[in-house]
Design a protein around this ligand. Structure first.
Ligand code: HEC
Length: 134
């Protein structure tokens, strides 16, 4: 019984610790307002003040799931925001963000049983965007 009680106490302590930190989606919301809204719009519907004149249309981020058969593909969204694949391609106007993200890393299950250290703000952006899907 003792280890089980210890585990419950540890979980309770963890729950207390996370209650003090802002939820990931809140971290994502703040990062979005500062770094993404200029192009994607404050409401994420693709019409920000910097969207005009870009070589590609700026997508509506509230329809990511709708455009993907109703499924919000968190890994794909995080990969796009990370942007490593765009770095040497000037035809993609969206900046690469992964290289500049600072702060805490969290473990994210990116495939069954595969956990990848991921910037908390990147996970937060995905959570924030998932909450905007319509
Ligand atoms: C300079 C303008 C610009 C900024 C700033 C920008 N984006 Fe983008 N974003 C684009 C454009 C244009 C595309 C279309 C695809 C491309 O360029 O490769 C895009 C594509 C995306 C996609 C993929 C959409 C789809 O339909 O698959 C996501 C997700 C996304 N952006 C999220 C973000 C987030 C989150 C931020 C802030 C961290 C951000 N973007 C900042 C212009 C921008």
């Amino acid at each position: 019984m003792r280890p089980a009680i210890g585990a419950v106490a540890a979980l309770a302590a963890l729950a207390g610790a996370t209650a003090c930190a802002p939820p990931a989606a809140e971290v994502g919301r703040a990062f979005y307002a500062a770094n993404c809204a200029a192009c994607h719009g404050a409401d994420a519907r693709g019409v920000g003040p910097a969207a005009a004149g870009l070589p590609r249309p700026v997508p509506d981020l509230t329809r990511l799931a709708a455009r993907n058969g109703g499924v919000f593909d968190r890994n794909a969204v995080m990969s796009t925001i990370d942007g490593y694949y765009r770095r040497s391609d000037p035809s993609h106007p969206m900046p690469e963000f992964g290289a500049t993200m600072e702060g805490r890393l969290v473990m994210v299950e990116t495939a069954p049983g595969v956990f990848t250290p991921t910037p908390e703000v990147l996970l937060g952006l995905a959570d924030f965007l998932e909450g905007l899907q319509r």
